[in-house]
Structure formats: structure tokens, C-alpha cells
Design a protein around this ligand. Structure first.
Ligand code: ATP
Ligand code: MG
Length: 406
């Protein structure tokens, strides 16, 4: 027999889209399980992650439950999680645990309640509605001031009956959804210190991309605090994938060369074209399948359709622009949720602000940019910057995520 108390700190995690994956489901599931295990074990001891019947059960020490829930909520691929109690699949054990759990969770609450029971063990003596009714009646006797409302209750008790065990919960937290990081392949993120690119990186992670980040740095014009800021941002993305590489590419010489030789009206776009070329080189070395940026349509003058086209033809790699169509407010909302906003708004410059004229070109022709670039030794500048680049391996501890009731 299983002691209900011994298992009080189990977490029941539900799969999101992974569940729809048909024949590929197992590989998605394996990836999700591996990611969850890595994220939890990076911080907590004695964690056990056990998949079973389309659920993942996570066992942690009682004092780690809150943190483990936060980590689960931040792991792409899960639709929701509940702290649950596990009991043997008998009506008596279920009733006892249901009364105990609700006594803790519903003490002093007002309103209506419902019991949602689901029987997955067909040999169980009661059908799902019967079990719901039996448990609902027991609770109704205990909490006389709460009334039943099956459609829109204020408080819910969930019950799921499996072969050996039944899981019971009163709280469900919304997961981040999406697909397990890594299931789509590797992607190279152009990560600046701004608000947009960390959000773009997170959204790509949520669709299964495993990121390497590339940051362009221009000392001495751009100081160490700007670089530290990007490292901090990268550290916010890293835990979701069990660590991340951050490439730092020294961009000063390229910027100086552009200033010395080229028409100043094209400066920003020429910078951007070099960034794309360099990121594509890093991507190739890492067998990445795409680039990813925080570019947005129309947010700033450099991001018109013409100007996006002008940076788009430098590599055969696909460029993901997950925040392209977001309003700034929508981007900020995500940035706050993933805890990058306060870092991004630290007042340190980005190299894109260096040597910028007052009248940049808003609708650039590629031909004009090519004429400017003909004044430079582009391959040599690219090679030189690559040779001098550095790489940091970030473990990314710890993640801070807000568990959201839902
Ligand atoms: P962000 O808020 O992400 O900085 P932004 O709105 O400031 O974006 P830009 O400065 O035009 O826009 O940059 C557009 C995109 O180019 C960024 O989202 C990022 O992907 C990339 N980028 C810009 N500067 C850098 C940099 N120094 N290092 C790496 N990538 C950069
Ligand atoms: Mg920026």
C-alpha cells in the first residue's frame, strides 16, 4: 500500500502540443522529460521525473515544491501543472484524501465548488460522474456553506484515476505551452541588450528552438556594463535549455571601417548587414538551421520592409523574427513575464547607436548598400572579427519565473 502522506509533494504535469505529435510523440516526450529533469536537477536535489500515460509526475522534497512548480511553469511543452496527492485507486482512499486536501485548501473560502473526476482505469467500480458525485457529496457535507456548481465553480477539485494510483489536486497553474526546447533544432539568436531580442529568443525557444546567442560589442565606445547586461539576459534564456553559448563578437573595427569609408546615411544598415554575415558564420559552424532577431516591423526607422529586405539576403539561412508583428506593449508584457524587462531597461548603450547620423536611410535599395560595401574589404573584416570573437558557456542558474494561477 502507498502512504498518501509520503507522496504529498508530487507534481502532476500535463502535456501541451506534444500530445498532438502523432508518430513523433515519443521523441518530443523524451526531449521534454530530459529538459524538465535538467532544469529541476540544476537547482534541486532528489528530484524524480516519471512519465506515465500522457502525464509527467515530478517528485521533490516538500520544501522545494514551490520552486519546482515555478521551473515547470517555465518549461516549454507543458500546458499546466498541479501540486497533487497520490493515493491508491480505491474509493475510500480517494474520499479520505479529497477531504483532507480540501480541508487545507478551502478552509475559510466562500462560493461554489465542483469535483471533476476522470477514470482512466476502466476496472474502477464507479464511472467518472459517479465518482465525482460521491466525492462531491462527501465534501458538501463537510463544507456546508459551499454549494455545488458544475459549470462555473469558484473552487475545483480534480481527480484522475489510473491503474495503480489516483491523483487529486485543488490547484492548477498554467504552463508556458509550446514545444520542448531542442525539438525544432538549433538557432542562432542575435541578442542585443534591448527589450525585443530576449523576447524573440524566448518565443523561439517556446517553439522548440535551442539557442546560441551572438552579441556584437564595440569597446571602448560601448562599455563593459553593456556586455554584462547581455550576459545577464542570456542567463535568463539559458536555463530553459540546460545552458547556452554566448558568442561575443568585437565589432569596433568594422564600425570604424564603415565610418571611414561609407556614406553615413547607410551606417545602420551596413552594421546590420555585417551582423547578419557574422551571425550566419557562427550558425554555420554550429550547424544551426536559422537565425533569430528581435526585429519588428516599423518600430524604428531601420525596420521598414525595404530595410528588412536589405538585411535579409545575406545568408541562405532562414531568419526568424518572432516579434515582427507585436506591438511594443505586447513585447514588454512578455519581457516582464520572463523577467528580462528590468535588465533590458538598464541604461547602457548598444553598438547600433555608435557613429549614427541624423538622417539615416529609411527605404534602402540593396544596390546602394552594395556600392557602399564595395569600398570595404568585407570578407577580411568578417574573418578578422570571427578570429577575435569569444565564447562563453552559460549554465544560466537560476531561472526566476512567476507561477501564474490559471
Ligand atoms: P532590441 O530591443 O532587441 O535591441 P531594437 O528594437 O533595439 O531591438 P535594433 O537595435 O534595430 O532594434 O536591432 C534589431 C535586432 O538586431 C535586435 O533585436 C537584435 O536581434 C539585433 N541586434 C541589434 N544590435 C545587436 C547587438 N549589439 N548584438 C546582437 N544583436 C543585435
Ligand atoms: Mg537594440
Amino acid at each position: 500500500m502507498v502512504d498518501a502522506h509520503a507522496d504529498r509533494d508530487l507534481i502532476l504535469a500535463r502535456l501541451g502540443e506534444v500530445w498532438l505529435k502523432g508518430r513523433n510523440r515519443q521523441s518530443f516526450l523524451n526531449r521534454l522529460e530530459r529538459n524538465l529533469r535538467a532544469a529541476l536537477k540544476a537547482e534541486l536535489r532528489g528530484v524524480r521525473v516519471e512519465p506515465s500515460y500522457g502525464r509527467i509526475f515530478i517528485r521533490v522534497a516538500a520544501e522545494d515544491l514551490h520552486r519546482a512548480l515555478e521551473i515547470c511553469v517555465d518549461t516549454p511543452g507543458l500546458s499546466s501543472v498541479s501540486p497533487a496527492r497520490r493515493v491508491p485507486s480505491t474509493v475510500e482512499a480517494i474520499r479520505e484524501a479529497a477531504l483532507e486536501l480540501t480541508a487545507e485548501a478551502w478552509a475559510g473560502v466562500e462560493g461554489t465548488f465542483s469535483v471533476k473526476a476522470r477514470r482512466r482505469l476502466k476496472a474502477f467500480p464507479l464511472t467518472s460522474p459517479e465518482l465525482g458525485r460521491v466525492i462531491g457529496e462527501a465534501i458538501g457535507e463537510r463544507f456546508r456553506h459551499l454549494s455545488v456548481d458544475l459549470k462555473r465553480s469558484d473552487h475545483q477539485l480534480g481527480i484522475e484515476v489510473d491503474d495503480r494510483y489516483t491523483h487529486i489536486w485543488t490547484r492548477t497553474l498554467k504552463g508556458s505551452g509550446g514545444l520542448p526546447v531542442g525539438s525544432a533544432g538549433r538557432v542562432t539568436l542575435l541578442l542585443s541588450g534591448g527589450i525585443d531580442s530576449p523576447v524573440a529568443g524566448y518565443l523561439a525557444q517556446k517553439r522548440g528552438c535551442e539557442l546560441d546567442a551572438v552579441y556584437f560589442h564595440s569597446p571602448p565606445f560601448i562599455g563593459e556594463p553593456s556586455k554584462d547586461k547581455v550576459i545577464q539576459l542570456a542567463n535568463r534564456l539559458a536555463p530553459r535549455q540546460g545552458g547556452m553559448r554566448l558568442y561575443i563578437i568585437y565589432f569596433t573595427e568594422i564600425q570604424k571601417a564603415i565610418r571611414a569609408a561609407c556614406d553615413p546615411r547607410f551606417t545602420v544598415l551596413l552594421y546590420r548587414r555585417f551582423m547578419y554575415r557574422l551571425a550566419a558564420e557562427i550558425a554555420e559552424g554550429r550547424k544551426a538551421l536559422a537565425l533569430c532577431t528581435g526585429e519588428n516591423l516599423g518600430q524604428v526607422a531601420s525596420q521598414t520592409l525595404e530595410n528588412l529586405t536589405a538585411v535579409d539576403r545575406l545568408t541562405p539561412l532562414l531568419t526568424l523574427r518572432p516579434v515582427l508583428a507585436f506591438d511594443k506593449e505586447e513585447i514588454i508584457e512578455v519581457a516582464r513575464r520572463i523577467d528580462t524587462f528590468d535588465i533590458s531597461t538598464l541604461p547602457f548603450d548598444d553598438c547600433c547607436t555608435l557613429f549614427i547620423p541624423d538622417n539615416p536611410i529609411i527605404h534602402a535599395q540593396i544596390k546602394a548598400l552594395e556600392i557602399e560595401e564595395a569600398k570595404l574589404d568585407v570578407p577580411a573584416l568578417v574573418q578578422e572579427a570571427l578570429v577575435k570573437s569569444e565564447m562563453l558557456k552559460l549554465s544560466g542558474l537560476p531561472i526566476i519565473g512567476e507561477a501564474v494561477e490559471g
